[in-house]
Ligand binder design. Structure first.
Ligand code: MG
Length: 100
């Protein structure tokens, strides 16, 4: 049986514009989750609240990971991979090049 492409199905069902809006929303949710994660060290949250902050962070990372895969489908896996390789190389250069 042919494996379903969930990203094609999502775009077919809800449309590309709605999916792009969803991607922007998910990235904003991750931004918020990171802020809350950072803030938890500055105040005295109870353990169950800290757990909630962490679970929210994991969820939002997962949402964005899914959305990134959907964007790879939308804009071309090979195009993104080429840019990724280039950016990874640049990142490593910056990381490992000694400052003079
Ligand atoms: Mg989300």
């Amino acid at each position: 049986m042919e494996e379903k492409n969930i990203y094609k199905d999502a775009i077919d069902k809800w449309g590309e514009t709605a999916q792009l809006d969803q991607i922007v929303e998910e990235m904003a949710e991750l931004t918020l989750a990171i802020s809350k994660y950072k803030r938890q060290f500055n105040n005295s949250l109870l353990d169950y609240q800290k757990q909630g902050v962490m679970e929210n962070l994991y969820t939002e990372i997962a949402d964005v990971k899914l959305m990134i895969e959907e964007m790879e489908f939308m804009f071309g896996v090979n195009n993104v991979q080429k840019a990724y390789d280039k950016q990874l190389k640049k990142f490593k250069m910056e990381l490992y090049t000694e400052e003079k």
